[in-house]
Design a protein around this ligand. Sequence first.
Ligand code: LLP
Length: 389
Amino acid sequence: MFNKTLIKVFGQKETPFYYYDLALLDKTLRAAVLAAAPFSFHVHYAMKANFNERVLHHIQQAGVGADCVSGNEVLAALKAGFSSDKIVFAGVGKADKEIIAALEQDIFSFNVESVQELEIINGLAAGLGKTARIALRINPNVDAHTHHYITTGLDENKFGIKVWELNECLEVIIRSPSLRLSGIHFHIGSQITDLNVFKSLCVKVNELNNWFSERGHHLDVLNVGGGLGVNYHNPDGDQIPDFEGYFAIFNQFLDRKPGQEVHFELGRALVAQSASLISRVLYVKNGLKKNFLVLDAGMTELMRPALYQAYHKIERADQDAIVPTDAQVSYDIVGPICESTDCFGKEVALPITKRGDLIAIRTTGAYGEVMASHYNLRDEIRYVYSEEL
Ligand code: LLP
């Protein structure tokens, strides 16, 4: 995992901090872009996964577009150099000022999530003398087989337009001169590791693509969202997700009509493995039933375990210095925040660990730093970037 030079640098830094391996990020981006190229698939990066400026810069350089979920994300994408014709704006609750900002920037498309939103965008676009390109985000009722908190494509979820509302959507679009229907959009969930799920999505997309063409609407874009998962259990052995297998499924099972583009919105798969949260052990508490390592990082720096019971591999960051024969002890690894859910892992086997030792929480490049909070008036997040060392 970390080499000796890096371990030395870590030892000199104030903790906790996110360590970004930007070379690995570039390698991951190259792999994704290369895997999409043979099929002329368009990749957009779901900025919500990580909008750290340095990270964004590397992603923009890779030539992908940006999928944004707030007006501020749209502006941050433009600032990072993404061109407006490669920016899409999704979100179940777009505020008027966010829609106006995006219209003024002539973004590629709005992914619209309700009938009412169509009316609102039409009105705001008319007021600005613009035409808004829109894609309908349809909820296909496909189970992503992932944690229920990050499942989005079921009827019971708040996201997207239900299939039985599509007639009404078309009626609104036909009588709205400032809307232009350019495509359909789907996103069924995140951290999807069973690729068969994407086959089921393709079947639904094909049905709906036909539904529109039977009604005389040619769609320019099929946007199938994101969701490709990463291997949280083996960050070193499985650094780069299987982009080839993923895109091959869509190439095989999606029926594109002539001229139709296929768009993807990958977040986690592009960034997750490129960061680790590095923290120091503040206290070791040996109990009768349990041993605790109390870290200086908490749920305020990495929310995923507290929010989704998410697994992250936890290691000693100075792994190299550890003799393989050292005895292993079972620890609950907890943070300093006054909440019982502030726990990164239970019964984690580590070599005997003492105050001051460094711990790495792996695969934290996606939905890590961006979900941090100031709860307990914690410090601003700190970073170390590989390219500065
Ligand atoms: N497109 C849309 C419309 C989305 O809502 C999302 C993620 C993505 C694309 C990107 O999905 P990805 O490729 O990253 O799976 N905070 C949670 C994940 C929330 C995902 C929200 N939407 C977590 O830490 O697991």
